[in-house]
Design a protein around this ligand. Structure first.
Ligand code: G3H
Ligand code: 13P
Ligand code: ZN
Ligand code: NA
Length: 283
């Protein structure tokens, strides 16, 4: 069965590593994630974004992830990435997600707290964990496009106020990462992360982690990051694989001969990430 994310994050806290949360949109991606996690003996989080739900449909995502949870030899969880409303979180909880993110980061603090608490009240009752976001993470975030200038970092004092008022399970913070590809090297505000973590003793989530140098990810993990979100690097690997397969044989008409190698390439990238996060050998 799909396991609660809180269980995976508690073990990560204990072992001082981070669990990889990989975005999935179709069967090939779910299979790539599970194959990588099994090869590395790692617990893993499969997550679905707004775009994924629109593309595949909620039922397909849940069916694929459930099957992964039932058949995988490592713990697998299913998480809603950047949930946009109370209604959507409840739909996902009812459909079998073991964790939801309610992203109230675009609202004023008090509203974000109130929204998160509404979701928490239901989620708690059924053992589902909740991730919230404070501060705006740059890049393309679902329907909101936050450009670099408007993006603002998480305030440590507000983070404490937020966590005290909600007792949320995990907190996504804005410390300089962005969704999508980086133009240069991202500059992470590690002092801010250290301050936040000192004030809120809960697992921290790093979004926009594709393209963040290995040593920065590992430093963030030493400072309390316990869930690392990766999407863009998986997309890149998959599309590279597709292009390579087509270039190798432009006359190929069997999609399996194109998607198969792409899936393998994606799985290799996931394995590398798992080793960077230190979650290998933890399942
Ligand atoms: O957080 C954003 C993720 O990279 C997913 O984006 O809605 O295009 O699937 P998406
Ligand atoms: P990247 O696409 O930059 O890896 O970000 C993924 C993410 O944060 C999903 O919530
Ligand atoms: Zn994100
Ligand atoms: Na990124």
């Amino acid at each position: 069965p799909l396991v609660p994310v809180s269980q995976l994050l508690a073990a990560a806290e204990e072992g001082k590593y981070a669990v990889g949360a990989f975005n999935c949109n179709n069967m090939e991606i779910v299979q790539a994630i599970v194959a990588a996690a099994e090869a590395e003996r790692a617990p893993v989080i499969i997550q679905a974004s707004q775009g994924a739900i629109k593309y595949a449909g909620l039922e397909y995502i849940v069916a694929l992830a459930r099957l992964a949870g039932e058949t995988a030899s490592v713990p697998v969880a299913l998480h809603l990435d950047h949930g946009t409303s109370f209604a959507q979180c409840i739909q996902c909880i009812r459909s079998g997600f073991t964790s939801v993110m309610i992203d109230g980061s675009k609202y004023p603090l008090e509203e974000n707290i109130a929204l998160t608490n509404r979701v928490l009240e239901v989620a708690r009752a059924v053992g589902v964990s909740v991730e919230a976001e404070l501060g705006k993470i740059g890049g393309t975030e679902d329907d909101i496009h936050v450009d670099e200038r408007d993006a603002f970092f998480t305030d440590p004092a507000e983070a404490k106020q937020f966590v005290d008022a909600t007792k949320v399970d995990a907190l996504a913070v804005a410390i300089g990462t962005a969704h999508g590809q980086y133009k240069g090297r991202p500059e992470l505000d590690f002092d801010r992360l250290a301050k936040i973590r000192q004030l809120v003793n809960i697992p921290i989530v790093l979004h926009g982690s594709s393209g963040v140098p290995e040593e920065d990810i590992q430093k963030a993990i030493t400072l309390g990051v316990r869930k690392v979100n990766i999407d863009t690097n998986l997309r890149e690997a998959f599309v590279d694989g597709v292009k390579e397969a087509i270039e190798k044989n432009p006359r190929e008409i069997d999609p399996r001969k194109i998607l198969g190698p792409a899936k393998l390439k994606m799985s290799e990238v996931i394995r590398e990430k798992i080793r960077i996060f230190g979650s290998n050998g933890k399942a």
